[in-house]
Structure formats: C-alpha cells, structure tokens
Design a protein around this ligand. Structure first.
Ligand code: NI
Ligand code: MN
Length: 226
C-alpha cells in the first residue's frame, strides 16, 4: 500500500488498485500549498467528521472524481444533497468494499459541518484486506474504546493517530493509544497546521523510540510504501 500525506488528516491510499482519500484539507492549508487540488482524484473518500479542516476540498474532489464518500450517516446525507454518492455507516458497523473491509469506530470529539448542519458523531476507520490492516483514528481523545480494536479487528500493521494536542490527543496520549491498539508503527497527523497544534517533532519521535515504537512524521506531499 502506498500512502501519500496531504496535510492535517489528509492521506491518499493506493489500496488494491483503488484510491482512497481521507479528510482533504488542502487549498486552505499553507503547509500544502505545493499540492494542486485539481490533480487529486480518488475512488472513495473517507470522512471522519464534519469539521472544515477535514472536509474543505471534499466536495470539489468528490464531484470531479465521481467518488463515493464513506462516513457516518449524517455526513453522507449532507454530501448526498450535493449529488455526491455515499456509503453511510455508524459506530461499530463494518462493510466489505471492493478494496477491503471498513469498520467505523468510536472517536471522542465533536462534528458539525461548515454550514452549521449536524455532522453526526465523529469516528475513525479500521481498514483491512489480505495485504494490510490499518487504523485511522480521526480527531479524537485517547479513549478506552481503542482497546476494542485489537479485540475485534485483524492485527494492525500501521495506525494514523493525531498528535497535535489541544483539539485531539497529544504525543503522550498517542503513545498510550498505540499500546491500547497494540500497534508499533504509528504515522502522526493533525500537527503543525495552525498555532494551537505546533509540536516538537524530534521530541515526539524520541518518545516513541524510547518506548520501542516508531513514529513516522511525513512531510506534506511525501509518500511511503507499506
Ligand atoms: Ni475536528
Ligand atoms: Mn481537525
């Protein structure tokens, strides 16, 4: 699986020949100014919750790509009114897509759409197929519910966790989260985009290393193969 970081919680995954895009926040993000939104296409779009820093470019990319939005029921309904296809889910449910299985899991956060519409309850995704199993937490606090993931899903190869603090978990709580989900390879997200969430990257990487884990902090635009 190839993963490209697009900033904040935006990632592009090449999975089983399908392109999955998460939470696109590109055109308003100064850290992503080298990325042209018009170059991005996807087959599916994963939306964790309704906040603007997760949906800013969702409508334009989904329409141009004729992508299917995978999110909670309320967010899928909202995009449906804009003539965007969707697959609605809710917490604890899973579905077999053509690229793999997706389970929509709990997050502790809030969710309102940019126009003030109700955005349902925020969530994260566990995605797996024959090749990979990964968890994208979305914006969330550290929560005991994370312990349910290794009990109910295949062993995680990698997890994408927010580490910027203030609006989500910070580095120390993300390290505890990596224990809860029993995963040693973590990709950090939701940091440095604005002042409230600026972090000391070297210190964060060292904290994970000291615990025998790997924290990968990708540059915006960078790709890794997993
Ligand atoms: Ni949020
Ligand atoms: Mn956010």
């Amino acid at each position: 699986m190839k993963i490209t970081y697009l900033g904040q919680n935006g990632f592009l995954f090449d999975l089983n020949g399908k392109k999955l895009l998460s939470d696109p926040f590109i055109s308003p993000n100064p850290l992503a100014k080298a990325i042209n939104v018009d170059d991005i296409t996807c087959d599916y779009m994963l939306i964790t919750h309704g906040h603007a820093d997760h949906v800013a470019d969702a409508e334009s990319i989904a329409k141009r790509s004729e992508a299917t939005v995978i999110s909670n029921y309320e967010i899928v309904e909202w995009f449906g009114k804009k003539d965007i296809k969707g697959h609605p889910m809710n917490h604890g449910g899973k579905w077999n897509f053509d690229f793999g299985t997706v389970k929509y899991v709990n997050a502790i956060h809030s969710s309102v759409l940019p126009d003030g519409s109700y955005g349902g309850n925020p969530g994260g995704f566990v995605i797996w197929n024959d090749e990979i199993s990964m968890y994208m937490a979305g914006d969330t606090a550290l929560t005991m519910d994370m312990k349910l993931i290794p009990m109910t899903c295949p062993n995680l190869e990698v997890a994408i966790l927010p580490i910027g603090d203030n609006f989500t978990m910070g580095v120390d709580d993300a390290l505890i989260a990596s224990d809860f989900i029993e995963c040693t390879k973590i990709i950090g997200c939701h940091f440095d985009t604005f002042g409230y969430i600026e972090i000391n990257k070297e210190e964060a990487i060292e904290k994970f290393k000291a615990a025998g884990k790997e924290l990968i902090l990708m540059e915006v635009g960078e790709s890794v193969e997993l």
